[in-house]
Design a protein around this ligand. Structure first.
Ligand SMILES: O=c1ccn([C@@H]2O[C@H](COP(=O)(O)O)[C@@H](O)[C@H]2O)c(=O)[nH]1
Length: 275
């Protein structure tokens, strides 16, 4: 089954457009886990088990594992997600981008070592830095397009006077991803929930690509505006929330609190789609 098939199936089975982000920060673990980086797997597995029937995707952010020398725990977590939630695709948030030979190694890391269904990439180094990931037919790759942070303006909102129509950089990325770069239909785009007008513009330029949309929850993006701007019957959205779910409670009830927060967010997104 391809990544796109998995996305569609998870959306239907769980009735959800919510992506549960896994950004485990031991400093924010409940007292029973003692702020212990050795317990990252335990923390994340509890969250996965509590939200497996609510999520359209899971998105572990690799920095939160690598920073704590917890790559083996990430491998174990990937296996756990595969067995506890086989119907939910996993997007490895790695934001890789490098020359082709190095990209080949990063692709091995994402798809063979970790067994991810999709990965996030920076398109800044051009198509030859993206192509190695597309060799893995059926896997997905989300290109950073208009990111959720204010500094995204610095480059992404610059006008490209050398390109016909003088698009902004993020518009150019959206066109490339919908068109010539999308050789086997594996690409999606990352667009921040904090910029609904840009989501709408990206959706106009990339009507059928899946959009991974971080920025609701801790970053304050508006779920209703996000869904209105990005969701179309032929264009899926995967709306990520990480900290608001993971740290909904600082106590030992963190998994139950995460479940409640995930239900709230899933239902808000659903209601926005129905509105
Ligand atoms: O534009 C982007 C791209 C990626 N992210 C990542 O998403 C989550 C957001 O976490 P919250 O706690 O829900 O704010 C995090 O892993 C980022 O690295 C993003 O925020 N914006």
């Amino acid at each position: 089954m391809t990544f796109l098939d998995m996305l569609r199936q998870a959306e239907q089975t769980n009735g959800s457009m919510l992506c549960v982000g896994l950004d485990p920060d031991p400093a924010r673990f409940p007292a029973s886990l003692k702020g212990d980086a050795g317990r990252i797997f335990d923390f994340c597995a509890r969250i996965v088990d509590a939200t497996a029937d609510l999520a359209m995707a899971f998105k572990p952010q690799i920095a939160y594992f690598a920073a704590h020398r917890a790559e083996e725990q990430l491998e174990k977590l990937m296996r756990h997600m595969r067995s506890a939630a086989p119907h939910v695709p996993v997007i490895l948030d790695a934001k890789r981008g490098d020359i082709g030979s190095t990209a080949e190694q990063y692709a091995i890391e994402a798809f063979e070592r970790y067994g991810a269904d999709a990965v996030t990439l920076s398109p800044f180094m051009g198509f030859d830095s993206v192509a190695p990931y597309l060799q893995y037919h059926g896997k997905g790759a989300f290109l950073l397009c208009r990111t959720s942070n204010p500094g995204g303006d610095d480059l992404q909102n610059q006008r490209l006077s050398s390109v016909p129509g003088e698009p902004l950089l993020y518009e150019h990325v959206a066109r490339l991803a919908q068109g010539p770069w999308n050789l086997n239909g594996q690409l999606g785009l990352v667009v921040g929930a904090t910029y609904p007008a840009e989501i709408e513009r990206v959706r106009a330029l990339a009507p059928t690509l899946p959009l991974l949309i971080p920025g609701v929850g801790a970053q304050g993006g508006d779920a209703l505006a996000t869904v209105k701007a990005g969701w179309r019957p032929e264009g899926q959205i995967i709306v990520n929330s990480s900290r608001a779910i993971l740290y909904a409670s600082a106590g030992d009830d963190f998994a139950d609190a995460a479940r409640r927060e995930a239900i709230k967010t899933r239902d808000t997104l659903r209601a926005a789609r129905a509105a």
